[in-house]
Design a protein around this ligand. Structure first.
Ligand code: BTN
Length: 255
C-alpha cells in the first residue's frame, strides 16, 4: 500500500500526519514507540503490510498476515492520567464506526476492546503507554483468508473477507479509521461521557450471561460499562465492577 493512496482525501487534522508505510515489520507498536522517542508529533502513524511479531493484549501473539490493517498511532494525550484507559474506548468507537461504514455490516465491541463482526472477533486494540505517550495499536483482519490465521485463533475469529465474501479497499478503510478515531479521541477531551455512550450502543456483552477470570470466577449478567470504563456485572451478590480479566460469554441470550 502507498502512503499517497491513503493521504489523498484524508480528512484529519493530526492522525496519519505523517503516515509511514512498511512492507513488513516486527510490530507497528514498536515502530511507533521509536518514532515517539525521536519526538514524532501526535498523530504520526505506522502502517505495515504484515507484522512478524504482532502483539495482542496480555502479551499474546497477534497473527498479522498480509491483507490486514496493522496500524499504530503516536498519541500525546493531554487528558488526566486516570482518563487514559478511556483512550481504548474512544479508539474502539472509532474503529467500529469506520469498519461499519466501509463493510456495511453491524460492528460491535466486546469489553474491553475487541472488535466484533457476526459475534466473532475481527479486530483488536492495544494501547501501550509510557512517559506522556500512548501508542495506539489497531489490528483488523480485513482481506485475510480465515485459513491464514492460526487454528486456535480461527475458532473465535473472523475476517472481513470471510464475512463479506469479497475484499474491501484497504486505503479507504485506513482513511476511515484515522478519521473516526480522531473524532472520538478529540471528543474524549471534551465529553468523555459521549464517547462511552457511543461505545455502549455497540456493546456486545450487555445483557449476556458471562464469566470473568479462570481462578476466582465471577459469573453474572453483563449490564453496562461505567464512566471509568469498568464492566458492570450483576451477580448473585450485587453489581460488581470488573476492571481486568478475560470475559467469556456463557450463553447467547436475546438482548
Ligand atoms: C488484542 O485484541 O489483543 C489487541 C490486538 C492489537 C493488534 C495490533 S496490530 C497493530 C499493532 N501492532 C501490534 O503489535 N499490535 C497492534
Amino acid at each position: 500500500m502507498q502512503a499517497n493512496a491513503i493521504h489523498d482525501g484524508l480528512r484529519t487534522q493530526r492522525l496519519g500526519r505523517p503516515l509511514l508505510v512498511y512492507e513488513s515489520v516486527g510490530s507497528t507498536n514498536d515502530v511507533a514507540r521509536e518514532m515517539a522517542k525521536a519526538d514524532a508529533p501526535e498523530g504520526t502513524a505506522a502502517l505495515a503490510g504484515e507484522q512478524t511479531g504482532g502483539r495482542g493484549r496480555k502479551g499474546s501473539a497477534w497473527a498479522s498476515p498480509s491483507g490486514g490493517l496493522w496500524l499504530s498511532i503516536v498519541l500525546r494525550p493531554t487528558i488526566p492520567l486516570e482518563a487514559w484507559p478511556l483512550i481504548g474506548f474512544a479508539a474502539g468507537a472509532g474503529v467500529a464506526a469506520a469498519l461499519e461504514s466501509v463493510s456495511g455490516r453491524t460492528i460491535q465491541l466486546k469489553w474491553p476492546n475487541d472488535v466484533i463482526l457476526e459475534s466473532r472477533k475481527v479486530g483488536g486494540i492495544l494501547v501501550e503507554s509510557a512517559a506522556g505517550v500512548a501508542i495506539l495499536g489497531i489490528g483488523i483482519n480485513v482481506n485475510v483468508e480465515l485459513d491464514a490465521l492460526p487454528e486456535d485463533v480461527r475458532r473465535g475469529a473472523t475476517t472481513v473477507l470471510a464475512s463479506l465474501g469479497r475484499t474491501v479497499d484497504l486505503s479507504v478503510l485506513t482513511r476511515a479509521v484515522l478519521e473516526q478515531v480522531e473524532h472520538f479521541y478529540d471528543l474524549l477531551s471534551q465529553d468523555s461521557k459521549a464517547v462511552l455512550r457511543a461505545w455502549r450502543r455497540r456493546s456486545f456483552l450487555s445483557g449476556r450471561s458471562v464469566q470473568v477470570g479462570s481462578t476466582h470466577m465471577l459469573e453474572g449478567i453483563a449490564e453496562d460499562v461505567d464512566d471509568s470504563g469498568a464492566l458492570l456485572i450483576r451477580t448473585a451478590s450485587g453489581v460488581q465492577p470488573v476492571t481486568v480479566g478475560e470475559v467469556s460469554v456463557r450463553e447467547t441470550r436475546p438482548r
